[in-house]
Design a protein around this ligand. Structure first.
Ligand code: GTP
Ligand code: MG
Length: 313
C-alpha cells in the first residue's frame, strides 16, 4: 500500500469531530438510566420506579460521523447506610473526575430537595474546564403551575449552567439536550470503536436484567437487599443461550418471598426476565434461577467484591 493511502476504517469521521465522557449525575430516581437508554435507542441500563436501581457505573456510547459521546450512567447520590451504598456513592463521585461534561439531572415534577442542593454544591467545586448542563426532567408530569417555580428554583442552584427542561420518557426536548451536550464536548477522535454501545459484558447485563425484575416485582426492603450473580452463560449451537443465575438475599424469610407459593413468584421473575433477555440476545434463552441466602452481604467487603460491587485494585 502506498504510504499516502489512508487506512480504511469502514466508519467515516467528519472534520472537527467531537468526543468525550459525560457523567450523568443526580439523586436516585430522577431518570438518568431512562435518558441514556432513550438517547441510545437501546436498552442497556435497567430502570424501575424505585430509587437506587443503578448500582455501578456503566458506559453508554453514542457514535455518529460528527461525534462520540460516552455517557456514564451512575448510581443516584444519597446518604449511605451500608457498604453497598458507600460503593454506589463513590462510583458516582469518581465519574466526575473522568468527565468532560457533567449532566446534572433533576426531577422537575418535584421541588428542589436537600439532595439536589448537596449535589449542586459539589459541582460548584469542579474544575472550570468541565462543562455542567442542568437537565430538568419529567416535563411530561410537571403540573403547569409548577413549571416556572420549579425550573427557577433548580436554575438558582447553578446560575451559570446551561439548562433545559425536557422529558426522558416521551423524548420531548431530548434532541435539544443532545445538541447542548455535543456543543459542550471537546474536539478529538473516537475513544471506542464506532459499533461499541457499552462496556458491560453480556453476562453482567443478564444479571442486571434479572435484578430489574426483582426491583419491579417485589416490595419493601427486598429489592434493595438482592444481588444477582450469573454463574453460567453458554451459547449453544442451536442459537439458544443457557443462563443460570443466583438471586442472593440476606434473610431466609426473604428467600421464601422471592420463591413464592409453590415457586410462583420466582417463575414470574424468570418469565419476565427471559423475555427481556431474548430481546437483548436476539434469540431463545433458557433461564434457570436459584435463590441463596447470604446474611448481611451488603455490609461485607468480601461479598461485595465477589458480587462486583468494589473498585478495581
Ligand atoms: N413521567 C416520567 N417518568 C420518568 C421520566 N424519566 C424517568 N421516569 C421514570 O422515573 C423512574 C426512575 O427512572 P430511572 O431511569 O430508573 O431513574 P435513575 O435516575 O436512573 O434512578 P437510580 O438508578 O435509582 O438512581 C422510572 O419509573 C422511570 O420510568 C420522565 O421524563 N417522565
Ligand atoms: Mg439508574
Amino acid at each position: 500500500m502506498d504510504e499516502q493511502t489512508p487506512i480504511p476504517t469502514g466508519y467515516d469521521i467528519n472534520e472537527a469531530h467531537r468526543s468525550g465522557f459525560v457523567a450523568v449525575i443526580g439523586r436516585p430516581n430522577v431518570g438518568k438510566s431512562t435518558l441514556i437508554n432513550g438517547l441510545l435507542q437501546e436498552k442497556i441500563n435497567i430502570v424501575s420506579p424505585r430509587p437506587q436501581t443503578t448500582r455501578s457505573r456503566q458506559l453508554g456510547i453514542l457514535t455518529t460521523a460528527d461525534y462520540q459521546i460516552i455517557f456514564m450512567d451512575t448510581p443516584g447520590l444519597m446518604q449511605p447506610r451500608h457498604k453497598l451504598d458507600e460503593f454506589m456513592v463513590e462510583t458516582a463521585v469518581d465519574s466526575l473526575n473522568e468527565a468532560d461534561v457533567v449532566l446534572f439531572l433533576v426531577d422537575g415534577s418535584e421541588p428542589v430537595g436537600p439532595g439536589d442542593q448537596a449535589i449542586a454544591e459539589q459541582l460548584q467545586g469542579l474544575d472550570e474546564s468541565i462543562a455542567v448542563i442542568l437537565a430538568i426532567n419529567k416535563s411530561d408530569v410537571t403540573a403547569a403551575e409548577n413549571v416556572i417555580p420549579h425550573t427557577e428554583a433548580y436554575r438558582a442552584l447553578l446560575p451559570e449552567a446551561t439548562w433545559i427542561f425536557f422529558s426522558a420518557q416521551t423524548g420531548n426536548g431530548r434532541n435539544e439536550l443532545l445538541d447542548l451536550i455535543v456543543q459542550a464536548l471537546p474536539e478529538g477522535p473516537r475513544y471506542y470503536p464506532a459499533d461499541q454501545v457499552t462496556d458491560v459484558y453480556l453476562r453482567d447485563m443478564a444479571a442486571e436484567f434479572i435484578r430489574e425484575q426483582v426491583m419491579l416485582q417485589l416490595r419493601d426492603e427486598i429489592p434493595y437487599s438482592v444481588a444477582v450473580q450469573v454463574d453460567q452463560f453458554k451459547e449453544r449451537e442451536n442459537g439458544t443461550t443457557y443462563i443460570s443465575a443466583n438471586i442472593i438475599v440476606e434473610r431466609d424469610n426473604h428467600k421464601a418471598i422471592v420463591i413464592g407459593a409453590k415457586g410462583s413468584q420466582l417463575r414470574q421473575i424468570g418469565a419476565a426476565a427471559r423475555k427481556e433477555l431474548e430481546a437483548l440476545l436476539e434469540g431463545k434463552v433458557f433461564l434457570e434461577l436459584w435463590v441463596k441466602v447470604e446474611p448481611k452481604w451488603r455490609h461485607n467487603d468480601q461479598a461485595l467484591k465477589r458480587l462486583g460491587y468494589s473498585k478495581p485494585e
